[in-house]
Design a protein around this ligand. Sequence first.
Ligand code: ZN
Length: 220
Amino acid sequence: MSSSYKEILAYNEKWIAEKTASNPDFFNELCIEQKPDYLFIGCSDSRVDPDIFTGLDLGNVFVHRNVSNIVNPIDLNVASVIQYAITNLKVKHIIVCGHYGCGGIKAAMEEEGIGKNSPWLQIIKDIYRIHKTELEKIKDETKRYDRLVELNVIEQTENVIEMDCIQSLKGTQDYPAIHGWVFDMRTGKIIDLDLDSKADDKLAPGNRSFFIKLKSLFKK
Ligand SMILES: [Zn+2]
């Protein structure tokens, strides 16, 4: 799996030669502008690089990755990425993609270890607490872990939908399709959780994301 940094530099030279052999203007065209149709929000895990498993080439996908693909509205980084993707790049699709076998989700599920006092993973612990009844009915630990990966994608997708910059586009042609996916490392398959068609239902009172529930608690 590992390669020396010199192999990476050698590969880069080969890649430049291949690209310019098939299209001498490849890099000139690349410099003109980016017009990606997709914003991809995924996990930082080295095994889930969207450029590899989606087949999307340079210029086609704007990417934000962090541990366990979290969309926290108070995270300026992800909020700025979404704002820029919507306002400037005018992406047509936003994809939140988790993956089975996610180390961040596993750490958040464990009583001890790095997840115990991690402020970042606290969000996932809260998602576990909200869905505790459903999750603890699942006796098989791997299946329970898989389900938390899916629930995290659902929650983070809802956080995208609820952002002001997204809500302000509702009813306009610029409103993007918002998708929740899970990449299954065991098979290589992308599983579409089919959330985009249900986005409005998901915003119904009583079925709102953790942050909306939290905000309503403070209002009381
Ligand atoms: Zn992960």
